[in-house]
Design a protein around this ligand. Structure first.
Ligand code: ATP
Ligand code: MG
Length: 327
């Protein structure tokens, strides 16, 4: 049965080579059961290839991968019985209605007609698709289609769901709906392996995150851990009097030993903080210099900054989420 470690996924030195490309280049992962685990990386990082190996759709060139203790190469059937896929693997038929797709899938997965119809109705309701149930899937908007894809993947509740970029190209409202679905899945006991290029998505959803780049895991941890590994964040200060900003700038530059950024708001300044201990000192100095502060905050770095710090380049295209095409 399951390995005593109760990890949903465990890989060691996983490698997949395509021609000259090491798409996955020695990946070690440990995904505890019951959480959302994020694989975060830019285009071509190796996220989909990793998922395809874990889902037994692609044979690793070397290394090992276990899903609930079952080896993906030696025990593919045991693995398949526990997992479900969505994303580019989902098999929704464009010519069928939403309801027909789900009923058919439920039948294929061994439910009776009656149970299949009630399960389909349940899912359509849960995914906000009841009104569209009898429309052909080809008329669905991008967001509706994505929700149907996820519904199709949980017709039989799997122990582990792979979600490969479930919100790429969706508008903010549809993204939020998908996020709610993911949260509900996990609340019901399913483990989710989520790939994303969106730093905010990993931040919102994932309990732990592996940052992948060029087939390698370059960092791993909670989003808080990843952020604090980059240094503390930034201090933001607002003054009562814009005329005192040059003085405040001097005080902050000296006490924080950092470059101070003058915001477009004439009373606001910010600075990176490498040593949080200095922040209190900076506040005391501002007050001693007679500079009144109306607002003060210390923020963590964003996952964007984490990615930049880890890879030396920004994460790509986080702002190109296309609007959902109209039905
Ligand atoms: N079947 C294939 N044949 C040849 N090369 C491939 C194949 N599948 C993936 N690759 C290459 O392997 C690398 C990793 O691809 P992969 O699809 O795993 O990345 P990804 O992280 O999922 O990217 P994206 O965010 O664009 O989906 C890329 O360089 C890609 O071009
Ligand atoms: Mg991919």
């Amino acid at each position: 049965m399951d390995s005593p470690s109760s990890a949903a996924i465990e890989t060691s030195g996983l490698v997949k080579v395509f021609g000259g490309t090491r798409a996955v280049d020695g990946v070690d992962l440990r995904v505890p059961a019951g959480m959302v685990y994020g694989l975060l990386g830019p285009n071509g990082a190796g996220k989909t290839t990793t998922i395809r190996m874990l889902a037994t759709l692609l044979r690793p060139d070397s290394g090992t991968a276990r899903v609930f203790g079952h080896d993906v190469v030696r025990e593919p059937d045991a693995v398949r019985s526990r997992v479900s896929l969505t994303g580019q693997f989902a098999s929704v038929d464009e010519n069928l209605t939403g309801a027909e797709n789900l009923v058919l899938l439920a039948r294929l997965l061994g439910h009776s007609w009656g149970r299949s119809r009630s399960r389909a109705a349940e899912l359509l309701e849960a995914f906000g698709l009841t009104e569209a149930a009898n429309r052909q899937t080809r008329t669905f908007s991008g967001g509706m289609r994505r929700r149907l894809d996820i519904a199709a993947s949980i017709v039989v509740t799997p122990d582990l769901v792979f979600l490969d970029e479930p919100t790429t190209g969706l508008d903010p409202r549809s993204r939020n709906q998908v996020w709610e679905i993911v949260r509900a899945l996990v609340a019901a006991g399913t483990t989710v392996l989520l790939t994303t290029q969106y730093l905010d998505e990993a931040d919102q959803l994932a309990d732990r995150i592996a940052v992948v780049d060029h087939g390698k895991v370059i960092a791993e941890g909670t989003s808080g851990e990843l952020k604090s590994s980059v240094g503390s964040g930034a201090v933001h200060v607002r003054l009562a009097d814009a005329a005192r900003r040059p003085d405040a700038e001097q005080v902050l530059a000296k006490t924080l030993d950092a470059a101070v950024h003058l915001e477009s708001d004439p009373v606001a300044l910010s600075a990176r903080v490498s040593d949080p201990e200095r922040v209190a000192h900076a506040l005391v100095e501002l007050s001693r210099t007679g500079i009144a502060v109306t607002d003060f905050s210390l923020s963590q770095p964003s996952l964007d900054e984490v990615f930049l710090a880890l890879t030396g380049r920004p994460a790509e295209n986080t702002d190109t989420a296309a609007t959902e095409e109209a039905a």
